[in-house]
Design a protein around this ligand. Sequence first.
Ligand SMILES: NC(=O)c1ccc[n+]([C@@H]2O[C@H](COP(=O)([O-])OP(=O)(O)OC[C@H]3O[C@@H](n4cnc5c(N)ncnc54)[C@H](O)[C@@H]3O)[C@@H](O)[C@H]2O)c1
Ligand SMILES: [Zn+2]
Length: 373
Amino acid sequence: VSAQGGSSTRSVPVTSSRRGYRVEVGHGTLPSLGKAIQALGLGPRLALVTDRNVLGIWGGPCERALRADGFEIHALPIEAGEAHKTLRGAEALYDALVQAGLGRGDTLVALGGGVVGDLGGFVAATYHRGMGFVQVPTTLLAQVDSSIGGKVAVDLPSGKNLVGAFYPPALVWADVGTLATLPLRERWNGLAEVVKTALIADAALVSVLEASLESLADGTAPREVLVDIVARTAALKAKVVSEDEEEKGPRMHLNFGHTLGHALETVTGHGPLSHGEAVVVGMRAAARVSHALGSLEAEGLDRVLALLARFPRPQGVSKPSPAALLEVAARDKKALVGKVRFVVLDGVGRARVERSLPPALFSQAAAWASEDR
Ligand SMILES: NC(=O)c1ccc[n+]([C@@H]2O[C@H](COP(=O)([O-])OP(=O)(O)OC[C@H]3O[C@@H](n4cnc5c(N)ncnc54)[C@H](O)[C@@H]3O)[C@@H](O)[C@H]2O)c1
Ligand SMILES: [Zn+2]
């Protein structure tokens, strides 16, 4: 813990077979980014990749601070939204990097949400077979989840994240002050992953969230609380990915609520339900499955359902058919047909992988998710 930007920052280590790095979580720390990049020996030429929404809000302050520290900045804006996390989007960035005369020894800074981090990271991993890479996440989801673990990717028309790499950043610089401008729905989206992480790995964090969920969503939580929750969640993700980089064991726990969540997003056509909204429904169904298997006692189930009931209910989403949900979920890479692998809670704050979920219970789970309102 160190003093910076008027409040304390928290430094979360991530280990990786390629290289270790740190997630630095603080409030009002964006102006100190340059010093941290210099300390790593990176620069002075930076490609600043950011989407047009973030560019208009945080691009200016970020660029000014970096220039003041002597960096040469090449701003490379992209259009906002998942629709631009594509090979075409990557190609546009490669072209812009060539135009700017940047190469292997230079550094790409991804300032934005998970879309910017995934696309920027994919480009950093592949341009000249790999350039410097720094993540500056500005959504709650990116600060606690997507910027940590080294996965970078773009989508194909046939599916999300189908082309990618493991490319750990040199640094993750998370200024929770940037979340002040994040739209409400995006805050709930990130909170879904925060709650997921707490449910699978940290009972004490579940209690903190029970006490503060709405204030985190509406931005009234004290900044120390926000820093604490982002840092704790980031540390939990960091621990899991450090122990299991190749996704063979504990990293699978991060998929809690996601088998049915992804199926819901697919069946409803990727739009009406945000990722977080779908995962909340998936977590409710998975908690019920955990109870049915005897892993989660009735009290624990009630507690989990009560916390998840505090998320806003998405409006105007038509009821997905349980059969369609089941089909998509079984196709999902996380669920092998015949032997369905499913992440369940082993009490509040602990998870395990059920390696062969009874098919009848899997159908029941799809029915629960379909009927969830
Ligand atoms: N690599 C991983 O391990 C991993 C893990 C989880 C998710 N992801 C990926 O992350 C992506 C989703 O990320 P996301 O939820 O951050 O979405 P996003 O990047 O699309 O950002 C959401 C919206 O918020 C805007 N925004 C970002 N920061 C803002 C700020 N501070 N103020 C105002 N507006 C802001 C963006 O312009 C965008 O419109 C998906 O593509 C998903 O596949 C990757
Ligand atoms: Zn998720």
